[in-house]
Design a protein around this ligand. Sequence first.
Ligand code: SF4
Length: 436
Amino acid sequence: MIDLIPATSYPGDLRVAAPPSARHLYIHIPFCHRRCAYCDFNTYANMDDRMEAYVLALCRELDAWRAALGAPRLALPRPAGAPPGALLRADLRPTVFLGGGTPSMLPLPLLERVLAAADAIVPLAGAEVTVEANPGTVLGRDYLRGLRGLGVNRLSMGVQSLHDPTLRVLGRIHTAAEARASYADARRAGFENVNLDFIFGLPGQTPAQWEATLREIAGWDAEHFSLYSLILEPSTPLFAQVQGGRVSVPDDDDTGEMYERAIELLGAAGYAQYEISNWARHADAQATAQPPHAAASAQLPIPAYACHHNLAYWLNADYLAAGAGAHGHAFPRRYADVLGIDEYIGRVASGRAPIAEITELSARDLQAETMFMGLRINAGVSYAHFRDRCGADMAEVYAAELAELAGLGLLERDELGVRLSARGRMLGNHVFERFV
Ligand code: SF4
């Protein structure tokens, strides 16, 4: 087992950065076939020959975390007196999320090793276990069947667009037809909880084109959609192409119209928007297969197929993270592992912690993050959740901010808590910065 004392300035050992137990675990897989033109994630192309060494290092980091943690405490009791309609950390299932990069590039035997190491921290049975997949890597049912057989019960596919010329501009490795086929394969492989990622506001995209995409995907019957507005990150080739006038993107009015169309059309198709960029289905009373948490979700202001791992972020819960560039959070600290694959492998191989930095958080940081993360959820931030997470009274801590934002029509308040109004949702950043 590696000794996880960080080599840099942090004086303690990993026990200092670890929460008393872990209910949420993020694992980063930083490999991609090639980099998409818009992507600034910590991921690397043409490094497939490091996969085995990386997985070995990752499993050693996970083993060290397991040793640093206290006894598993996967069920979190609801605080006494919390109203049933308030969404709390205790309402979330334990989660394991393999993101990237492209986790579906890992051969199944390597994924099996990662999941076995994860299972020792958050038992996969009873957990929401998500793997991100690129449609270009999973065509053919054997791989997806294998994933399902390893205990993965939620698949998150990055489709991004159903327009082949746009997919080429983005540098995606798949066509629209391949994305459709991969989704059908996922169903045949037995996945009953599938998320599909799309981006709108893409180069050359018109509101009519986006509407056609929405109409098609609303009929696919996926359990979950994540729809993101394109963000031009300065370090990306797409940013340079747009700056140089070689590629044009829709203006703010058109992008706003696309977002409104998504709300309208997915709503009409029976999807509940539960976060700024996320929609999910409610449990289907007629279906024989129900998500394991359907009964509990019925009492909560979220749809049955909401992503509990992402809800853990929005509820500002503690979560462990492992892998190159992964960020973990265990109040009063946040930590980040080193970015590079070789540096990560080298650190672990030499018995040093892969942690690059640890940030100390104040009570005020915790309160601010609980507000601006929680307000992303349509249900908002309940007084019970704020008290549970921060040990303080939201109405007292943020009396002036809440009054001002409610006065501007950006926040709604009731006896349960506060949430963004429809107008506030369009001006979310303006609201969030009031709490920073
Ligand atoms: S597949 Fe995903 S992680 Fe990889 S480069 Fe493209 S957007 Fe980034």
